[in-house]
Design a binder for this molecule. Structure first.
Ligand SMILES: *[C@@H]1O[C@H](CO)[C@@H](O)[C@H](O)[C@H]1NC(C)=O
Length: 506
């Protein structure tokens, strides 16, 4: 080499640049483009999905003044600048208002409008996701996913370039494999353009969860299935396909593709290894499914008719035109694995020691003699002092446990009623016996962070990251800042949702 080449400074630089560009991994949409099945939409709050993309990934709105910022990758093709969000949202609450389309077609996802089912917002729209519910790291760099609670959803009904009718398309999404439920429907993909159920075959979307009303896979779920409208399909029919496995990965790559006469479900671990094919073959025989009647809207977190009872977490996903080859998808999976998704802490602020006890004192002026306590099943605030009875002190004391629904957060057992925990139910707080159900465990799990006022501690409901433990009219709620209920009132929100913590009073 050295005898044949002149290593002048400029040629060394040129060689270095060539080497650098050749080792820059193509991002998912570069890979789909080289497979002649380009992305028509690319959505991610965690990273750029084109190696050259430098534009906005998502928009957040903060509660303190309703202003917004766009969060972009830190570098071309890179990970989202989560620090920009953290700075902007410091001392207040934030919602994800827009997930931008990186394809250049402006197929952005925004708050889903009312449909066959209406959302919980006063105007019938779905809720927006809280901005901090799904923290992760990619190659060690912090980013946030879109944590979909029941009632939350995003949509675009005017999509440019998406598959309609029986035309071919592909899609993938990277999801949290541990965040799901059996309600309808945590979807990402192609849906009706009018928010209504317009019939069999009018959708083609990734579904993730353990719903068994239609199809199912092996074991007890959750499964990757396809929502083709009026049915979740694990294979040929809306029945059981034991080739569609229960998923146990923390990060899941879910793939659906469909073209004239055939379709496929593929999946794998989003943090290692390859994709497997769980189904590939003929269309379901039901009337509307062959040919398909795709309409071309894009939904996230809901069903095509805005059914919004499901939950799940979305990190990234794309829609393509054309039927991607398995080889193309396998390269995309390699890129996802190389992005190195990993978990990170869900909490911040004061230390909570499992096995210890804690009491929560209100910090709102005029209420600072009150503690979070309970009277029977009702969680409220009560005036407690050093001269109070032991019974009252116990009613205001809680034993700290590892979160029943997520080990990264905490659950609080009543000091005077062993086996009963603080849980939320219809957004009110209760003390209730642990019935062992997944719903109970999740509703009894809270993620503390540095107090919204800048001191003390605020407790986010794990399953509803827009909602915080708050006292309102001396009762306990999980409240969203400026939401539709009276207990969501924006006035005094930060103070009412910030607690001074101490070792349990009893
Ligand atoms: C934010 O907007 C909502 C709805 O438009 C409004 O009710 C609320 O008062 C606004 N909050 C602030 C702090 O401006």
């Amino acid at each position: 080499m050295s005898s044949r080449f002149d290593y002048s400074r400029s040629s060394v630089i040129a060689l270095a640049l060539a080497a650098t560009s050749s080792i820059v991994a193509a991002a998912p949409c570069d890979i789909y483009a080289s497979g002649n099945t380009p992305c028509i939409a690319a959505h991610s709050t965690t990273r750029a999905l084109y190696s050259a993309y430098t534009g906005a990934l998502y928009q957040v709105k903060r509660g303190s003044d309703n202003t917004t910022i766009n969060v972009a990758p830190k570098s071309a093709g890179g990970v989202a600048n989560a620090a920009a969000q953290d700075t902007f949202c410091s001392g207040t609450t934030c919602l994800i208002t827009i997930v931008y389309d990186q394809s250049g077609r402006e197929n952005h996802l925004t708050q889903a409008p009312p449909g066959g089912f209406n959302g919980p917002e006063s105007n019938g729209y779905d809720n927006l996701a809280g901005a901090i519910g799904a923290p992760v790291t990619l190659n060690g760099q912090k980013a946030y996913g879109v944590f979909i609670s029941p009632g939350t959803g995003y949509r675009n009904n005017k999509v440019s370039g998406s598959a309609t009718g029986d035309a071919a398309e592909g899609m993938y999404a990277v999801l949290d494999g541990t965040h799901y439920n059996g309600a309808c429907c945590f979807d990402y993909g192609n849906a009706e353009t009018n928010n209504l159920d317009t019939g069999d075959g009018h959708m083609e979307a990734i579904y993730y969860g353990d719903n068994t009303v239609w199809g199912s896979g092996a074991g007890s779920g959750p499964w990757i299935m396809a929502d083709l409208e009026n049915g979740l399909f694990s294979g040929l029919g809306a029945t059981q396909n034991t080739g569609d496995p229960s998923i146990t990965y923390r990060f899941v790559t879910a793939v659906i593709k469909g073209g004239p006469g055939n379709w496929a479900i593929r999946g794998g671990n989003g943090a290692s290894g390859a994709l497997s094919t769980y189904y590939s073959g003929a269309r379901p025989s039901g009337s509307g499914y062959n040919p398909m009647h795709k309409e071309g809207a894009i939904i996230l977190g809901i069903g095509g008719d805005n059914s919004n009872g499901a939950q799940g977490t979305f990190y990234e996903g794309v829609m393509t035109t054309g039927y991607p080859t398995d080889a193309t998808e396998n390269s995309v999976q390699a890129d996802i694995v190389a992005a190195k998704y990993a978990t990170t802490s869900l909490v911040s602020g004061p230390t909570y020691t499992v096995g210890g006890s804690v009491s929560f004192k209100a910090t709102t002026a005029g209420y600072t003699d009150r503690y979070l306590a309970h009277t029977g099943a009702t969680v409220n605030t009560q005036v407690v002092s050093s001269s109070s009875s032991t019974a009252l002190k116990q009613a205001a004391s809680w034993t700290i446990h590892t979160g029943l629904g997520n080990s990264g957060c905490y659950s609080f057992e009543s000091k005077d009623t062993a086996g009963s925990y603080i849980r939320h139910y219809n957004f009110g707080l209760q003390v209730a016996a642990n019935d062992g159900s997944k719903a109970f465990k999740e509703d009894a799990t809270f993620c503390p962070q540095s107090g919204l006022t800048g001191s003390g501690s605020s407790l986010r409901a794990w399953g509803y990251p827009t909602r915080w433990v708050r006292h309102y009219a001396n009762n306990g709620y999980i409240a969203s800042n400026g939401g539709v209920h009276d207990f969501d009132a924006a006035a005094s929100f930060n103070n009412d949702a910030t607690w001074a913590t101490s070792t349990g009073l009893a």
